[in-house]
Design a protein around this ligand. Structure first.
Ligand SMILES: Cc1cc2nc3c(=O)[nH]c(=O)nc-3n(C[C@H](O)[C@H](O)[C@H](O)COP(=O)(O)OP(=O)(O)OC[C@H]3O[C@@H](n4cnc5c(N)ncnc54)[C@H](O)[C@@H]3O)c2cc1C
Ligand SMILES: NC(=O)c1ccc[n+]([C@@H]2O[C@H](COP(=O)([O-])OP(=O)(O)OC[C@H]3O[C@@H](n4cnc5c(N)ncnc54)[C@H](O)[C@@H]3O)[C@@H](O)[C@H]2O)c1
Length: 477
């Protein structure tokens, strides 16, 4: 058994672990990063990148079909083999050579194998040959092991060999009939992608779609899915799943559903069940409970960053946490001032107030901050402003019969925006302006001076302000 010592150990080289290690090294400390599978993690090979590669072609085709003069030039359907080939290129054929080169360039040492906490500041790494190395960290251990697909205990489901998100994003075949269990982000995105490839898709959602976002987003998605041939069963319970030869039979309160594959998209579980958490007094399988500097409660050396802390299961938010965590580890190790007040350099304050997310469905759903219900529950004096995006010149120019809706949530006491939701084609890029308005707490009277260019869909910002009224200016009616 080898023994090693370093300043900081990072377990998991997904997008989050890579960024923790990078900040630590940039701060002048040494870091060893441990990876059991591929450097780059879930996001690069089985999640964000391949899923968006599968979604983009359908989106482009739909957009082209919505513009007269272009629509007549579209004479066929998607070339699905070419779509899969592009996805394969985007995942580098599931090789992490490029990301390993990046680690080397950044001065981060990679150790391949599975890391387990084996004591205070101590991690034991077991490589593929069973060889073990015990590493001691002089300053900190950062756990960035992410999450894995959670499979619910529906009778027969596990035996029916369902698809997880990994199977869907790395598929090389299109099942003629695809059933999807779940109504969240993975379910709706993969339903959109496989429907665009010609699959007959049936969504089995326990409640509605996209719970946790503004209700109108889920409602519009259901309507659009149904209009485009995707079957959506809401308020569905499943009593049993069986694989019968080449097909899967699903018993539901909406009747028997038969498909060629069933995708389970029912959320995530913490990747902590085989991490040695019990060796440091924590519960295997649990999410890591951290403070705003990403340090695990009750420890001065253990950090939990990214999906594993369950604050916001998104790559960009995990990388934001990673920047704060890496920098605070350096500050604490070197005795520099820790900036841990709200919005300081060493805290992930935005996790509570301004988490942007884009769901790349058809139509897209882009949101940030609080929903109306969440703002009300926090005791804010809330005003909700809704606007039909199709009324904007930029939207009408973008495509025929543009259908979309946008909502901002205003905290009347401070006259600032605390939440925004956009639903419609190509709304993804609208959300960053909202994020800046929320994080910057830009007063509404100042926003009147942020003029959206004509004719862009961003003119929705002016419409929001006109609907709200200009503070300090009265109009005759
Ligand atoms: C289908 C799908 C699509 C998604 N699309 C998006 C999107 O478009 N945008 C977005 O922001 N988010 C998206 N997400 C979420 C995003 O993938 C995660 O938030 C992100 O990957 C979390 O990064 P992470 O580094 O915390 O964990 P991960 O990416 O899961 O990386 C963790 C790494 O740790 C390694 N590891 C685990 N345990 C050990 C151990 N004991 N020893 C050594 N290594 C270990 C794993 O092998 C893995 O490489 C998507 C998720 C899914 C499932
Ligand atoms: N574009 C993006 O940003 C993107 C894309 C995909 C995934 N992600 C992230 O990945 C995470 C995982 O996505 P997800 O869709 O798996 O989770 P989710 O939490 O978004 O949705 C889970 C769905 O499964 C349902 N469900 C949960 N338990 C169930 C059960 N026992 N039986 C039936 N239904 C059940 C829920 O009601 C919900 O509809 C999300 O937190 C999301 O943020 C992000």
């Amino acid at each position: 058994m080898n023994r090693r010592e370093t300043d900081v150990i990072v377990i998991g080289a997904g997008p989050v672990g890579e960024n923790v290690a990078d900040r630590v090294v940039q701060g002048g400390l040494e870091a060893i990063i441990i990876e059991a599978e591929l450097v780059g993690g879930e996001c690069s090979y089985w999640a964000c990148d391949p899923s968006k590669a599968l979604l983009r072609p359908g989106q482009v085709l739909e957009a082209a079909r919505a513009v007269p003069g272009v629509a007549s030039a579209i004479t066929g359907t998607l070339d699905v083999d070419a779509v899969f080939a592009r996805r394969d290129a985007i995942t580098d054929g599931w090789s992490d050579t490029g990301q390993v080169a990046w680690l080397n360039g950044a001065g981060i040492e990679l150790m391949r194998g599975r890391g387990r906490l084996s004591g205070e500041r101590e991690v034991t790494v077991t490589d593929a040959d069973g060889k073990q190395t015990v590493i001691t960290a002089r300053h900190a251990v950062a756990v960035a092991t992410g999450s894995v697909a959670a499979i619910p205990g529906i009778p027969g489901l596990a035996e029916a060999k369902p698809w997880s998100s990994r199977d869907a994003t790395s598929a090389h075949e299109v099942p003629p009939r695809l059933a999807v269990i779940g109504g969240g982000v993975v379910a709706t995105e993969m339903a959109t992608a496989f429907a665009s490839f010609g699959s007959e898709v049936t969504i089995l959602a326990r409640h509605g779609l996209l719970g946790g976002t503004e209700e109108f987003a889920g409602t519009m998605l259901v309507e659009n899915f149904r209009a485009n041939g995707i079957t959506v069963h809401t308020d569905t319970s499943i009593s049993r799943v069986d694989r019968d030869g080449d097909q899967v039979v699903i018993q539901t309160n909406a009747g028997e559903i038969i498909a060629d594959e069933v995708l389970v998209a029912t959320g995530r579980a913490a990747a902590t069940s085989d991490l040695g958490l019990d060796n440091v007094g924590l519960t295997p399988g649990a999410w890591l409970d951290v403070d705003d500097t990403l340090r695990v409660h009750g420890f001065d050396w253990l950090y939990g960053v990214g999906d594993v802390n369950h604050r916001a299961l998104l790559t960009h938010q995990g990388k934001y946490q990673a920047r704060a965590a890496g920098d605070v580890i350096v500050a604490r190790a070197t005795g520099r001032r820790v900036s841990d007040a709200a919005w300081g350099a060493h805290v992930a304050t935005a996790d509570h107030l301004a988490v942007p997310q884009v769901v790349f469905t058809s139509p897209e759903v882009a949101s940030v901050g609080l929903t109306a219900a969440q703002a009300t529950a926090r005791g804010l004096e809330v005003r909700v402003i809704d606007y039909e995006l199709g009324h904007i010149a930029g939207a009408a120019l973008q495509r025929e019969h543009y259908q979309g809706r946008a909502r901002v949530i205003i905290d009347e006491t401070r006259q600032v925006i605390v939440g925004a939701t956009f639903v419609g084609p190509d709304v993804a890029e609208l959300v960053q302006a909202a994020t800046m308005a929320i994080v910057g707490e830009i007063p509404l009277d100042r926003l009147w001076h942020a003029v959206p260019a004509f004719p862009t869909v961003s003119e929705v910002w002016l419409r929001f302000l006109e609907a709200y009224g200009r503070p300090g200016v009265r109009h005759r009616v």
